[in-house]
Write a new protein. Sequence first.
Length: 83
Amino acid sequence: MVRTIRARFSHGVIEPLEKVEMPEGKEVTITISETLTKEFIHEEEQRDKEWGNLAMSGFANDWDNEKDAIYDDWNDRYHVQKG
């Protein structure tokens, strides 16, 4: 049987927040996933934004440099017609 219930982790113990009917001593497997709260979602969005900014700054450093500047005018250099 597979069921999903809400629980709270407190003082090293997982406490069910719903009534669970099963034989005493029954062994179970628990899969833990955090409940999405507004605070958790905001933290994830901030972390994503920080990683995005870091990635873009790294990309800008790689992209805009003297060695690659030769390709800045590739359309003219290779006689590519615009449009």
